[in-house]
Design a binder for this molecule. Sequence first.
Ligand SMILES: Cc1cc2nc3c(=O)[nH]c(=O)nc-3n(C[C@H](O)[C@H](O)[C@H](O)COP(=O)(O)OP(=O)(O)OC[C@H]3O[C@@H](n4cnc5c(N)ncnc54)[C@H](O)[C@@H]3O)c2cc1C
Ligand SMILES: Cc1cc2nc3c(=O)[nH]c(=O)nc-3n(C[C@H](O)[C@H](O)[C@H](O)COP(=O)(O)O)c2cc1C
Length: 631
Amino acid sequence: MDDVHALARSTSRRLVVLYGSETGNSQDVAERVVREAKARHYAPVFMPMESYDVRTLPSERYVVFVTSTTGQGDEPKNMKSFWRFLLRRGLSTSALTNVSYSVFGLGDSGYQKYNIVAKKLFRRLEGLGAHAVHELGLGDDQHPLGYEAALNPWLSGLWKAMRQICPLPVQLNDPSDEELANAPLPAARFQIDVTDSAGVEAETSREHFERLLEAHRALRIAVAAADACDASVMFSKSEYEARDCREKTYYDGSVRENRCLTSKDAVKDVHHLEFESADGSTLAYEPGDVLGVVPFAIGADDERVAQLIERLGMSSDAWVRYLIAGGVDIDSASPRRYFFEAMSHFAEEKHEKERLQYFASAEGAVDLYKYNQRERRTVCEIFDDFSSLKPTLEWLLQVCPHLHERYYSISSSPAADTAQTGAIHITVASVKWTTPMKRERTGLCSSWLTSIDTGTKIAFSICKGSISLSPPEVPLILVGPGTGIAPFRSFVRSRMLETAGSSTAGDILVIFGCRDDQRDYLYKEEWEKLEDSGSLVGSNGLGGIVVAFSRAPGQTKKYVQDRIKDEAKRVWTLLESGAKVFVAGSAEKMPTAVRMAIQDVVKTHGSLDDEESARYVNKLDMSGRYFVDAW
Ligand SMILES: Cc1cc2nc3c(=O)[nH]c(=O)nc-3n(C[C@H](O)[C@H](O)[C@H](O)COP(=O)(O)OP(=O)(O)OC[C@H]3O[C@@H](n4cnc5c(N)ncnc54)[C@H](O)[C@@H]3O)c2cc1C
Ligand SMILES: Cc1cc2nc3c(=O)[nH]c(=O)nc-3n(C[C@H](O)[C@H](O)[C@H](O)COP(=O)(O)O)c2cc1C
C-alpha cells in the first residue's frame, strides 16, 4: 500500500500550477486544478507566479497557468515580475523546450482587451519553445455561467491530454467519475487551536473593532501560510507582514463625515466620506492613490453569527464570533462551487447531501448558477435552505467567501485638504440591484459605508494608484462620469493649490457625466465655483467643466463621449499642446466609448484617416499621455 502512495507522489508527475490573480478568481481556479490533479495522481505544486523562481522554469516538465486580465488589458500584480522575465529579449526560442504547458484565462468579453494576458502568455510560451498540451481556455464573466462554463470542458480536455504525455504506471488507475464524486474530503487547509480565549470579549467599541481586525488578519495569515505549504515553500509571518506593509500603509481611523451627494430620488446614492486617523498620524498619499477598506458590516454580536455558530455545534465563545464576523462574508457574497462540494460532506440529510453534490457536479452547473451566483445567495441563506448542514469551523472558514478589502479612489488633495484638516475623502456609490427572482441585493462595502455613522471606527489602507498628477504646466483632459470624478477632484484641488496665481499653469478640462443637474451632479457647487472663477483656465484659455446629462428633462441624452465630440476643437487643441488624458469610472463600456470619441476628434480635426487617428491615440498611450483607471 505504501508503495502505491509513494508511486502516486512520484516526482515524474510533478505538476506546477501557477496563477496570476487580482481578486481571487484565478487562484480559485488554480486551487481546483490542484485538487483535481491530486485525485489523478499528479504531484501538484501551487503558487502565484511572482512566488515562483522563474529561472527554474526551463527544467519543469508540466506547468498549468491560470491568469486573469485586469485594468485595461493588464496583468494581475502577482504575475508582473514573472511576465517581465518571460518578455526578456535575450531568452532563446528554445529556452522552454522541456516544458509542456497549458493556460486558462479569466476575463470579461465586455472589455476591449478580452483575456489578453492569457492570450499573450500562451503565445509567448510557444515562442520560447514550450509545448502546448491543450488548447488555450478562456473563461468569460459575460457568460451566464461565468468562467465555469469554459472551465469544466477545458479541465476534462486537459486531463485527457495530460494522460497522453504522462501515462500512469500499471499499478495506478485514473479515478472514475463516481470515485471522484465520492472521494473523501481531504484534511482542511488549516487547523484552529484555542490557546487562550480569556479577555477576547470586547467592552468598548474600540476593543470590539480591534478584535475584528485581529481576527481578519489571523485568517489572512492562515491562508497565506496554507498557500506557502501548498507551494512547498517556507512561510514567515513577519516576512509576510513586512511585504504587505511595503505595498500599503495601514491606519486605524474613524469616520469624520458621511454626507449624501445625491437627491432622495436619485437612482444611486453617492456619499462623500471623510476619515481621520485615530492617533492623529499623518495620512500620506499622492493624488491618484487609492484607499482600501475592510467592510466589517456584521458585528460579532450579530444574530446571524450566533445562528451559524449554533449550526457548527459550538458554543458561542467570543473568539469564534470574532473569527466569523471579522474573517468571512456570510451575509453578502455568494460562495463558489467548491463550497457546495465541501459542504456536501457535512449534510446529515441524504437528499440535501445529494442536492449539494449535484450543484458541485458539471451537470449541475446551470442550476447552481441559477440558485447561487445569479441570485447572489449568501452563506446564511444556504444554511437556511440546507438545514442539516453541520460543518466544522475549519471547513467553514476555508470555503466561505473571505471578507476582502474594497478600493476607493481618494477624492481629497493631500496638500489642500488632508494637510489642513487631517481628513482624507472618498466618494462612494451605493451598489444595489434586483435579481431575476426579484430579490433586492446590495453591495457589502458600499452599502455599509454609505450608512455608517460618524465616529465609527474603521481600518483603512492607502496604496499607490495607477494614475498620478502631472506637473502644473501640463494641460489635462479629465474624463470621469459618476464616481469616476473622485480621483479628478483630488487632481484639481491639488493643482489649484500648486498653481494659484501662476500664468504658466496648464488648462484643466473636466468632463463629468451624470443623469441630471438636480439629482446626481456630484460636487456641483465646487465645480460651478471653479468654472465661475475661471480657475480651470490655463495658458491655452481652454480649461473648464463640461457636463454630460443622460436624463435631463427635455434634453437629448448625452454621455461623456458625446460631450467630447461636442467639444472637439477644444479637445484637439489641448491634445496638440501636450495635454494628458485621464479616464476614470465604470470599466464596462465607457473607457472604449471615450477612446473612440477621442479618436474621432483626432480624425476630424487632424484630417487623418481611421488608421492614422488610431495610431495617434495609441501613441498617446505609449508615450504616457493616456491613462485609464476603471473599475
Ligand atoms: C482602483 C479602484 C478604484 C475604485 N474607486 C471607486 C470610487 O471612487 N467610488 C466607488 O463607489 N467605487 C469605487 N471602486 C469600486 C469599489 O471598490 C467596489 O467594487 C464597489 O463599491 C462595490 O463594492 P461592494 O462591496 O459594495 O459590492 P460587492 O459586495 O463587492 O458586490 C459587487 C458585486 O455585486 C455584483 N453586482 C453588482 N451590481 C450587479 C447587478 N446590477 N447585477 C448583478 N450583479 C451585480 C457583481 O458581481 C459585483 O462584482 C473602485 C474600485 C477599484 C478597483
Ligand atoms: C477593474 C477590472 C478590470 C478588468 N479588466 C479586464 C480586461 O481588460 N480584460 C478582460 O478580459 N477582463 C477584465 N476584467 C475581468 C476579470 O479578468 C475577471 O473578472 C476575472 O474573473 C478576474 O479574475 P481574478 O479575480 O483572478 O483577478 C476586469 C475586471 C476588473 C474588476
